[in-house]
Design a protein around this ligand. Structure first.
Ligand code: B12
Length: 286
């Protein structure tokens, strides 16, 4: 009987809380639960784990809460509302917008990738989790936009064949937060289209190319060559899991390597953005 499932009503009763309170725990990712036949089920050991866990709140303690694990659990369960609940709870507990991407969503996706790689979860679960992750990014995106004059335009894209577009979407929002006007062309962009977009206006100061899958490195080199051929070629920065560092980036035909959004922001600040101050968020932003 130790690991027998409980209904949410039974779990609430054992915890001595109202059903809706228990439901809220599930939605916030605090109490692991799965949905079977339209009803929530809670494993006994998860209930015990929850019962013996350190009480959460106040705000500072909340910042250290394991939001990534909670989000991972909601993503794997296919629970879109619960996943958004975790994001909201993390924000209410004091997490910054960039932390939601870098310390909550990204580690959750990495863990999901590992679980897929080891066969712990099926590809369908990973695809469903990815869909929810994209919807979370869609909901958070507008909060990253800063008012006022932008510091310049940046074009982002991935080479032909590269289907990992989430890294770009995250990178785009993080750059927007720092005042850059970003055109994210997303995954699988033809080299000629990337080059055309980069050349379309004079205010494109940089292009960021993301390569996750090593099989797409040749296409990345082609994209770099096309971008190099445009008049007033902007600064070309490559990054992503498939790129091994500075020498590799230069060998692909780029100017610079950046392994993270922070590194790219620093490069932009040093090279093209020194004269343009970061717009200050207006009250009520984010
Ligand atoms: C979601 C996902 C998918 C989705 C992508 C959907 C989408 N719209 O993006 C789908 C299902 C399509 C997919 C497909 C595949 N995937 Co996949 N996928 C993932 C997963 C789970 C999450 C990816 C993600 O968004 N990560 C979170 C982001 C934010 O992290 P990130 O990539 O490190 O990006 C950050 C930094 O690196 C940096 N960065 C990234 N790019 C750039 C560029 C610049 C310029 C800069 C400055 C910074 C920068 O900033 C980002 C933001 O912080 C990862 C697991 C993982 N470890 O990430 C596997 C993973 C990337 N996939 C993998 C594999 C093997 C595949 C497939 C080959 C599987 C298959 N056999 O079909 C295909 C390849 C498809 C293709 N041709 O591209 C492997 C890659 C191994 C490798 N490096 O070769 C991983 C690591 C899974 C694993 N553990 O094995 N995948």
């Amino acid at each position: 009987m130790l690991n027998s499932d409980l209904t949410l009503h039974e779990a609430a009763e054992e915890l001595g809380v109202h059903y809706m309170t228990a439901y809220r725990y599930v939605r916030l990712g605090l109490l692991p639960a799965t949905k079977a036949g339209g009803a929530w089920r809670v494993r006994r050991d998860d209930l015990e784990g929850f019962r013996s866990g350190t009480p959460t709140t106040p705000v500072r303690a909340g910042r250290r809460a394991p939001w990534a694990e909670r989000l991972e659990s909601r993503l794997i369960a296919g629970d879109a509302r619960g996943a958004w609940g975790v994001v909201e709870a993390a924000l209410s507990a004091g997490s910054e917008l960039d932390e939601i991407y870098l310390d909550v969503l990204s580690p959750a996706l990495v863990r999901i990738g590992e679980k897929w790689e080891t066969g712990e979860i099926d590809i369908a679960i990973e695809h469903r989790a990815t869909g929810i992750a994209m919807r979370l990014i869609g909901r958070l995106g507008p909060r990253f936009v800063r008012r006022g004059r932008t510091r310049g335009a940046v074009v982002l894209g991935a080479p032909v064949g590269e289907r990992h577009g989430i890294p770009l979407a995250i990178l785009a929002d993080l750059l927007r937060l720092h005042g850059w006007d970003v055109s994210d062309l997303g995954a699988d962009t033809p080299a000629a289209s990337l080059a055309h977009t980069a050349a379309s206006t004079d205010d494109v100061v940089a292009v960021g190319l993301s390569v996750t899958n090593r099989e797409n490195l040749a296409a990345a080199a082609e994209a770099c060559a096309a971008l190099r051929s445009v008049r007033h070629a902007p600064l070309l920065i490559v990054g992503g899991l498939a790129v091994e560092g500075d020498d590799h980036a230069v060998a692909l035909g780029a100017d610079r390597y950046a392994g993270s959004a922070t590194a790219m922001i620093e490069i932009l600040d040093e090279t093209v953005g020194a004269s343009t101050p970061t717009p200050v968020p207006s009250p009520g932003d984010a």
